[in-house]
Unconditional design. Structure first.
Length: 325
């Protein structure tokens, strides 16, 4: 494309469809042909029946600029690297268990790493009341703030402050939990946490099984050939204690939303593994919304399903930026 004072010269990729092209630039086919023919050379003249190859089309600058402001300039999503601070609300629903958990998580980003701080977890809109669940919830808080470096595609790389977390666990959290919760089961849980906190980088599978970490650190920051990509995605279903693999397609929308967000849709079907004999196959459907200028995640919403003995198990996930925090 090149632009001048009152018109833009738009390069045509692939087969030219006059009807779609006109609609995209909010003109009638007659208006497109008439304007183009007023500004092109003799060998470039168009007719409504488009009897010849089309390489360029001339458009009014105002129509081109208006449309250009609505579309991505590149099919590559770059990893955010600026200094940002956001708080997200997270809701995860499990079906058929009729279970919902929700919490807030603060995300502070700088060019080297992101820092996460998770707040209290609620189950079915109530505070956790079972003793064992309370113990796990309080033990988990020793992990925050959690500092994670990321690879260029957004994937989880390593935990930077693992030594600080282990020290916090040993000197502060563990003694208090040991004193307050006294039982053989408590000792077993605390011993498990000892091994985990000794070096969290050796226990990264814990994060991979957590749906928030799985989706927040999904490697979506990459180039999309033809605004598409394919990949395999594993999701852990805690209710079934198993991983499910999906063959997925990533679809990057060329146009911004009306609210000025970038959208990336991920669709998938459960992969054939030779063991799942169910006639029904699970699905995955997820929509990312990213900030137009920074590529920061604005929201993630979707679900994944799997069938066990012909019964559907579904996990629905929502993560959205909170305006006030």
């Amino acid at each position: 494309m090149s632009s001048e004072t009152n018109f833009a010269k738009v390069k045509i990729e692939g087969i030219f469809n006059l009807e779609e092209f006109s609609k995209e630039y909010e003109m009638t086919p007659q208006e497109v042909v008439q304007f183009h023919n007023q500004h092109c050379g003799l060998q470039e003249l168009l007719s409504l029946n488009l009897s010849k190859y089309v390489q360029y089309v001339y458009l009014p600058s105002k129509n081109y600029e208006k449309q250009n402001s609505k579309v991505l300039k590149s099919s590559t999503l770059e990893l955010p690297t600026g200094n940002e601070e956001k708080v997200y609300g997270v809701i995860i629903k499990f079906i058929p268990k009729d279970l919902q958990i929700h919490y807030k998580i603060k995300v502070k980003r700088n060019p080297d790493y992101i820092e996460l701080t998770k707040e209290k977890t609620y189950v079915n809109n109530q505070e956790i009341d079972k003793i064992i669940e309370q113990l796990f919830e309080k033990a988990e808080q020793a992990m925050y703030p959690l500092q994670i470096s990321m690879k260029s595609n957004g994937r989880f790389d390593k935990i930077i402050n693992h030594e600080e977390i282990n020290k916090r666990w040993i000197t502060d959290y563990r003694p208090k939990l040991k004193e307050y919760y006294q039982s053989e089961t408590t000792d077993q849980i605390l011993n498990q946490m000892d091994r985990a906190y000794e070096n969290l980088n050796l226990k990264k599978e814990m994060f991979d099984r957590n749906l928030f970490y799985k989706l927040f650190f999904l490697p979506v920051f990459r180039g999309y050939t033809g605004y598409e990509a394919v990949a395999d995605l594993d999701v852990y279903f805690s209710s079934l204690n198993k991983n499910v693999q999906y063959n997925t397609k990533y679809l990057l929308n060329k146009k911004y939303t009306k609210g000025g967000k970038i959208t990336l849709k991920i669709e998938g079907k459960e992969a054939e593994d030779g063991f799942n004999k169910s006639r029904n196959k699970g699905k995955l459907d997820c929509l990312y919304k990213l900030e137009k200028d920074t590529h920061e995640i604005f929201s993630i919403a979707g679900y994944c399903t799997v069938y066990e003995r012909e019964e559907e198990h579904k996990v629905h996930f929502e993560m959205y930026k909170l305006n006030n925090f």
